[in-house]
Design a protein. Structure first.
Length: 362
């Protein structure tokens, strides 16, 4: 399974520019709404210094980073939940994502039109969130009606789902996002198949420029995000798109000139990884070192399946070395001698940084 992060926002806020930045690709970018009709999809590597440190010890033929799939979804508009601007299609694309990167325009530019003729980040967010809420409200209502027919047959599972969905329905009716509703893990699991839009973890990407208005808009956005417990990542998308096309020396010079300490791009990828609740385990050998992204709380049998179905089908055991021990002792023989080599069964919970060798027989 690939982990998907959907890039959403109003038209002309910089979504496709951000996608180009993430993938260094050639997504369509233009100054009119719905430039992106079909979603662009890009596989983006998650840079992790640990894999380079491992490579210095092992000198493998190949290094493969963990990846996230970013989906550039066309701009939503007011009325999307009722089909405006191909809204149903676009909302369906968001439903397929596991997390959301919500791009917000925090700059003024007379040469770039705003779909509502005025730059107002908080209002823009409210327009998008309202459409997500309305879409979830509609889905919630329809599902309750469908399940109520099943309760005639004394379907206990359906009754449990109805109870949770009514809780969600009442919350959405107040125009509140489901992520602000307190649900326990069992309740979340019961409704997970519906892939509610307002339950998806979200980060706000503030697309800024060097003008003073940008800092005012950014402060306003930070205040709003703090109240709802969300993350804001500022990025000068057009500038960073130019930077990633430069060689290292040119990039260092321009970053110094514009006083850019770190690229927002790196923060977006790492935050996306955290939003998806992923951790990393490694497989290490002379032919290849590979980082694997997996859901936090996954077991060794699930990690084995991530690599290949044969690994899980014929699973015998997992040999585990901690990353810190591998770096410290630098050889499997020494690690065994120091008693740091572990053998685990199917139900072992993978820890971030585990180096795993799976034994299997098919």
């Amino acid at each position: 399974m690939s982990f998907k992060c959907g890039i959403i926002g109003l038209p002309n806020v910089g979504k496709s520019t951000l996608f180009n930045l993430l993938t260094k690709g050639n997504s369509a970018v233009a100054n009119f709404p719905f430039c992106t009709i079909k979603p662009n999809i890009g596989i983006v590597p998650v840079l992790d210094e640990r894999i380079n440190t491992l490579a210095e010890i092992v000198s493998p033929e190949k290094i493969v980073n963990a990846c996230i799939e970013f989906i550039d979804i066309a701009g939503l508009v007011k009325g999307a939940s009722k089909g405006e601007g191909l809204g149903n299609q676009f909302l369906g694309n968001i439903r397929d994502a596991h997390a959301i990167a919500h791009v917000v325009r925090c700059f003024k530019n007379d040469n770039i039109t705003h779909v509502y003729n005025k730059v107002h980040p908080i209002k823009d967010i409210d327009i998008i969130n309202t459409e997500l809420i309305l879409s979830d409200f509609d889905l919630c209502e329809k599902t309750i009606l469908q399940l109520q027919k099943k309760t005639i047959l004394k379907n206990n599972e359906a009754e449990k789902k109805i109870k949770v969905l009514k809780k969600c329905f009442n919350h959405l009716a107040q125009f509140l996002m489901l992520k602000t509703l307190i649900l326990n893990e069992d309740e979340k699991q019961l409704i997970s198949y519906l892939r509610f839009l307002t339950l998806k973890p979200t980060m706000y990407i503030a697309n800024v420029n060097e003008e003073k208005e940008s800092f005012y808009f950014l402060n306003e956005l930070n205040d709003m995000a703090q109240k709802e417990g969300s993350i804001v990542i500022p990025i000068h998308a057009n500038l960073e798109l130019d930077l990633v096309k430069m060689n290292n020396e040119e990039q260092k010079y321009f970053m110094k000139e514009f006083n850019i300490k770190t690229l927002g791009l790196s923060s977006i990828i790492s935050c996306g990884y955290k939003l998806l609740n992923l951790i990393t385990f490694f497989t290490v050998g002379v032919k290849e070192i590979r980082a694997w992204g997996i859901l936090n709380g996954s077991t060794s049998i699930q990690a084995a399946h991530k690599i290949h179905s044969d690994f899980s089908k014929g699973f015998i055991r997992a040999q585990i070395i901690k990353y810190v021990d591998f770096i410290k002792y630098k050889s499997e023989a020494k690690i065994k001698e120091m008693g740091k080599f572990r053998t685990e069964g199917k139900q072992y919970y993978i820890q971030d940084g585990d180096i795993i060798h799976f034994l299997f027989n098919v």
